[in-house]
Design a protein. Sequence first.
Length: 189
Amino acid sequence: MASRLNLEVGHAVILVCDIDKMIDFYTGVLGFEVTDRGPLARPGTPEGTEIVFLSQASNHHHQVAFVNTRSGVGPSNSVDHVAFRTSGTLDDLRALEAELRAHEAVTGIRPITHGNAWSVYFRDPEGNGVEIFLDTPWHVAQPQGRPLDLSLDTDAITEWTEREFRDEPEFGPIDDFYAKRASHLGRAD
């Protein structure tokens, strides 16, 4: 049975060799702005790994992100994952996780919260990285990432997320973050 979620591409994370050169191009030529930047510490990631988030839109924290772990030029080795934003609910995300777990060719299923999003990461049948996410009610400076227990009910997940992230930099209502971005960009998206 196909998922009933209405999905849009949310962002792409690209592995790069020269992160500053990529930032210069995307900001100078394509008109993106850096929204956050920081060290990326996750299991198996080399020391000194950094992630930079960029966006043109007031209602997207990032549309593209760069991670400086690409070791050389060549085809098909630069995209870490493709993310799809949904306007669905945590119930929809739970149902998707169950569907993914029932699919024998899907691997690496990891529910994660970034404080500003509830996500399920996985590898598709050919090993491509995919993220399905929905916004939380909050904005939090990135990078952030903590395991998410989707077996909890919606109220418990919402309360836990707020407790976990409320002391983090820039914590506040996501709508305020998007309004500030829209004002900064001089437009509404």
